[in-house]
Design a protein around this ligand. Structure first.
Ligand code: BES
Ligand code: MN
Ligand code: ZN
Length: 504
């Protein structure tokens, strides 16, 4: 899908479908000059449907009109946007999603979208989110469908129409940015949606390598022999029950002259059966998404490379499959982590914190970064606390926490600060080893998991995003089919982009 930005009159644009967002109108409302010109080109139909009350511009409302005249757009899709004063970035993103869906169901390949009027948004911001929304909405989780003939054909061309020629350059840059980031988010979604039989740790590693080659990232993959040499006993322990051995993948964006290093660490459990502490059957198939943190990390590093961020960004994927079996680690086992700290296993289903603790220790000691940000589908408790619209945010560093929270609000991937205190750390002390991998109760499960991780970060500024509730969804939206969301890509990319300005 190619996205371009033009400032020509929408009434003359050569696209099979022209999407026209309209805010709430009363029947006496005058159409804006631009919409009035479209209206003239299609014989006054917009005027008619507004006057008659058949179209009011309410949020979610849509109506298809046909143009017959020569040079007139063939199809005009009116999209209600609600109160113009209330239209925000997420609302604008969804308009693009609705336009793409409208084009797809009508089997149209070229689409033009009139950028919506919005009182509180700048032209560049709107162009960015409309591009994002269009790219996100064009993603379908249909990689494994063998019959595509009932699926709509792919939209090949989307033209965004800005009103003022003076806005054209800014809007083009913004749309290009939105396109790139949304494509990176789709890369994360594609990986996360892959079934576990198609994407064991070694395969996840080679997919990461493929992306690295595509965009010019360094890539290093550590196999079991190397993980043993490096004494990553926690990652190895989790992976030992599976016939698909674990991997640690390092992706690196290392621009010349970069003075700051940020490590992004992703949980990459390609399937979480729970291991010997096996999970109940219901919904277990969703645990193919337990590598969503690693998938997001690939997307983030892809964005860092394509946007050529002036930061040294290191992505680390902790990839393993958590399976029961004769070789599996057991409750009661003690693992020695790379840091030297010993961990008593009391539940093999608390595996995410184990693979992360070695990856975090490696990040800290090998790169001595200015900050570590990890993304992990870590706890069901976080889903209970925050549901599926907000990720849990834990940090040992106030400014980093605030930068992440703010970035999340800006890009529409909310993250909410959660507590992590000495009391939570105390809960993770073992009687026979240094740590245990679960606390004694279910209370504050997301916080005790974060507290466990905090034992491996030293005094490095660190933030942990628990994306268990946000990484995949059964509730599709305008820019989001069911399945993987790619959450974290927009959020962390925004954090990295604003790093020089954030004072971190
Ligand atoms: N991958 C799960 C967490 C999860 C739950 C992700 C629901 C997405 C949706 C994690 O490995 C896990 O099993 N956590 C346990 C921890 C418990 C044993 C302390 C949990 O949350 O139940
Ligand atoms: Mn688990
Ligand atoms: Zn897990």
């Amino acid at each position: 899908m190619k996205i371009s930005v033009e400032s020509q009159e929408p009434s003359g644009v050569a696209a099979e479908l022209l999407a026209v967002p309209l805010a709430t109108l009363d029947t006496a409302a005058r159409l804006s000059p631009r919409v009035a010109a479209i209206d003239r080109a299609i014989g006054g139909q917009i005027h008619d449907v507004v006057r008659s009350g058949d179209f009011r511009g309410r949020k979610g409302e849509s109506l298809l009109l046909f143009g017959k005249g020569r040079g007139a757009p063939r199809r005009v899709l009116l999209l209600g946007t609600g109160d113009e004063a209330k239209l925000d970035l997420e609302g604008a993103r969804q308009i693009a999603g609705r336009a793409v869906a409208g084009a797809a169901t009508r089997r149209v390949r070229s689409l033009a979208i009139v950028l919506p009027a919005a009182r509180k948004l700048r032209a560049g911001e709107i162009a960015r989110v409309i591009a994002e929304g269009a790219v996100l909405a064009s993603y379908r989780p249909d990689a494994w469908k063998t019959k595509r003939n009932d699926a709509p054909p792919a939209i090949t061309r989307v033209t965004l129409l800005v009103e003022r020629a003076a806005d054209l350059r800014g809007a083009r840059d913004a749309a290009a940015l939105g396109t790139t980031i949304a494509e990176c988010q789709n890369v994360a979604r594609r990986l996360s949606n892959e079934p576990a039989n198609a994407l064991p740790p070694a395969q996840l590693a080679s997919e990461a390598r493929r992306v690295a080659t595509e965009v010019g990232l360094r890539c290093r993959v550590m196999d079991v022999a190397e993980l043993r040499k490096r004494k990553m006993g926690a990652l190895l322990g989790v992976g030992q029950g599976s016939t698909n051995p674990p991997r640690l993948v390092v992706l690196e964006h290392a621009p010349r002259g970069a003075r700051r290093t940020v490590c992004v660490v992703g949980k990459g459990i390609t399937f979480d059966s729970g291991g010997i502490s096996i999970k109940p059957a219901g919904g277990m198939h969703d645990m193919k998404h337990d590598m969503s943190g690693a998938a997001a990390t690939v997307g983030i590093l892809r964005a860092a490379a394509l946007l050529d961020l002036p930061l040294h960004v290191v992505g680390i994927l902790a990839a393993a499959e958590n399976m029961p079996g004769g070789d599996a680690y057991r409750p009661g086992d003690v693992l020695t982590s790379m840091s030297g700290q010993t961990i008593e296993i009391q539940n093999t289903d608390a595996e995410g914190r184990l693979v992360l603790c070695d990856a975090i220790h490696y990040a800290r000691t090998h790169y001595e970064p200015d900050a570590i940000i990890d993304l992990a589908t870590l706890t069901g408790a976080c889903v209970v606390a925050l549901g599926s619209w907000t990720s849990g945010l834990f940090s040992n560093h106030e400014a980093l926490r605030e930068a992440i929270r703010r970035a999340g609000d800006a890009v529409g991937e909310r993250a909410w600060p959660m507590p992590m205190a000495d009391e939570h750390r105390d809960e993770m002390r073992s009687q026979i080893a240094d740590l245990k991998n679960v606390s004694g109760s279910r209370d504050a499960g997301a916080s005790t998991a974060a507290a466990f991780l905090s034992s491996f970060v030293g005094d490095t500024p660190w933030a942990h995003l628990d994306i268990a509730g946000t990484a995949y969804t059964s509730k599709p939206g305008a820019c989001q089919p069911f399945g993987a969301t790619g959450v974290g890509v927009r959020l962390v990319t925004e954090v990295l982009q604003s790093w020089p300005r954030s004072g971190l």
